[in-house]
Design a protein around this ligand. Structure first.
Ligand SMILES: Cc1cc2nc3c(=O)[nH]c(=O)nc-3n(C[C@H](O)[C@H](O)[C@H](O)COP(=O)(O)OP(=O)(O)OC[C@H]3O[C@@H](n4cnc5c(N)ncnc54)[C@H](O)[C@@H]3O)c2cc1C
Length: 376
């Protein structure tokens, strides 16, 4: 195992951190206003395009998986919403197109995506269900040279602002991913919903009613639904791991700086052992999570067969640690952290999503247990 950063990777990660921090000085990246949110995402994609960030994982000359994980962590440290929006597009939509599309598909969707000109969304989960339990109900059938799709998706990151949506469903019994462009007749998208966290991510439900697309806009993975689902979930989980790291880093730094500067009883509060112990635990969880996440990213590249299981374990650990670290940070920051808009307050709300989305913590634990017992 070797996942230390080279000098080139360190430069790349710092470049991304600085670029996003500079962007945050010019506009709010966590606004719940759809116009501002879309403008922030597109502006970030535009700035990131020349850096290689958007090509990571697709282009052998771009930075590798470990550097990408650290760069995503840096983005999330500034804005978890921006990370979720960008990566639902680049790393989930993009990998689906790259993995299950042919050269024509890649040139139509992946090229503009990696140039920052296309914003995608992936619509997987359906109404009141987790697709781990039930078969996908979204269905497409052929009519001449077209496919006609019907279905309903409950929560989709980027749906209200995306140019293209990868809608996961089936044709007869075979899994399929339908690439549906914004404005296609039969596709209706709800306005963004209000959620507990990730204020700047635009999340909406969508409905397809007799939605007609050319049949070459369907990806046919040629694997069973379970394998396709596992793959999509792994890509989502990697993003949520990075989001958890960024949340922990921002929470820890805010609490540490506050504890050094804020006085109570005539002393900086870091002088109180109870505060120092909290910071020790937070740093331990952050550093352990980083090691786990980087190892997971390294494994994805070097030992892909081990990646799925490790990613699930890392996602459980990192997302639960993020809630703990953000909670401890709020305890130290007290009144100042409890105010809306503080990084730790935002992390505390967002960390819960990291445990629900992707493979939920409960399902991940069931899967990890099955693997440990040799059932899979
Ligand atoms: C803000 C937000 C954004 C989202 N964005 C997207 C998106 O962009 N694309 C997308 O496709 N989906 C998205 N989702 C959906 C998300 O992936 C699902 O919410 C998630 O998979 C859980 O499904 P559910 O909400 O239907 O919960 P349920 O499946 O109803 O689960 C409820 C509870 O039961 C537990 N549970 C369910 N089944 C089992 C089981 N077999 N074993 C043990 N425990 C179980 C769950 O872990 C959970 O605790 C988003 C969700 C939210 C909240």
């Amino acid at each position: 195992m070797d996942y230390d950063f080279s000098n080139g990777e360190k430069t790349f990660i710092e470049e991304i951190r600085t670029l996003i921090a500079d962007l945050a000085k010019t506009r709010t990246l966590e606004s719940g206003d759809p116009v501002q949110a879309e403008s922030a995402i597109r502006s970030a994609l535009d700035r990131l395009a020349p850096t290689g960030y958007l090509r990571a994982g697709f282009d052998p000359d771009a930075p590798g998986q470990v550097a990408l994980m650290a760069a995503m962590e840096a983005v999330a440290g500034v804005s978890p919403s921006l990370l979720l929006a960008m990566e639902s597009s680049t790393r989930v939509f993009g990998r689906a197109v790259n993995t299950w599309g042919d050269d024509g598909v890649r040139s139509q969707w992946l090229v503009p995506l990696t140039q920052g000109r296309l914003l995608g969304a992936v619509a997987l989960s359906e109404l009141a269900m987790n697709v781990e339990n039930d078969p996908l109900a979204t269905e497409g059938h052929a009519e001449g040279s077209d496919l006609v799709i019907s279905g309903h998706k409950q929560y989709v990151v980027n749906a209200p602002v995306a140019d293209w949506i990868a809608v996961v469903g089936r044709i007869a019994d075979a899994p399929a991913i339908f690439l549906v462009e914004k404005g296609t007749p039969g596709l209706s998208i709800d306005p963004p919903m209000e959620t507990l966290g990730y204020d700047g991510a635009m999340i909406g439900a969508l409905r397809l009613e007799g939605c007609r697309i050319p049949s070459d806009q369907a990806l046919l993975p040629g694997i069973d639904a379970r394998a396709m689902l596992d793959q999509l979930r792994m890509w989502e989980n990697q993003v949520l791991i990075a989001a958890s790291l960024g949340m922990m880093g921002a929470s820890f730094e805010a609490a540490r700086d506050y504890a050094k500067g804020h006085k109570s009883g005539g002393r900086p509060i870091i002088a109180y052992q109870e505060v120092g112990f909290k910071l020790s635990e937070m740093l331990t969880l952050l550093q352990t999570s980083q090691l786990y996440a980087y190892r997971t990213a390294w494994t994805t590249e070097k030992k892909p067969k081990e990646a799925a299981s490790l990613t699930r374990c890392a996602k459980v650990f990192c997302s639960e640690s993020a809630e703990r670290v953000a909670g401890q940070a709020l305890q130290i920051l007290a009144g100042s952290g409890f105010r809306s808009g503080h990084a730790a307050e935002r992390a505390y709300r967002g960390a819960k999503y990291n445990q629900i989305a992707g493979t939920s913590t409960e399902i991940a634990r069931v899967n990890i247990g099955d693997e440990a017992l040799g059932y899979v």
